[in-house]
Design a protein around this ligand. Structure first.
Ligand code: ZN
Length: 93
């Protein structure tokens, strides 16, 4: 089953990120361009504002997960297998 993020599937996120990459450049962050969300909304058959909102929530959650992972690794644990203590890592076997 596809990984869900508040109703967004991995396919949705893939389509969104491809589009943002296509339109974005050093000056323009495409995720803040209203037209992009209108275009994506049509393509994915979503209400554009809802789509943007869900994607921003996905980004926030991603960032939180990245920070959590970083904190586990810095504390001597292993974020790959979720071993917080650092004594039960199963990745090396
Ligand atoms: Zn591990």
């Amino acid at each position: 089953m596809a990984k869900m993020t508040f109703g967004l599937t991995a396919r949705h996120i893939g389509v969104i990120e491809a589009e943002l990459k296509r339109f974005g450049n050093r000056e323009i962050d495409a995720k803040y361009v209203k037209y992009i969300w209108e275009k994506l909304g049509k393509e994915l058959k979503w209400e554009p504002f809802t789509l943007a909102l869900y994607y921003f929530e996905h980004l926030e959650r991603q960032e939180f997960e990245d920070q959590t992972r970083e904190a586990i690794d810095m504390g001597g644990g292993c974020s790959r297998c979720g071993d917080v203590s650092g004594f039960e890592c199963i990745c090396e076997q």
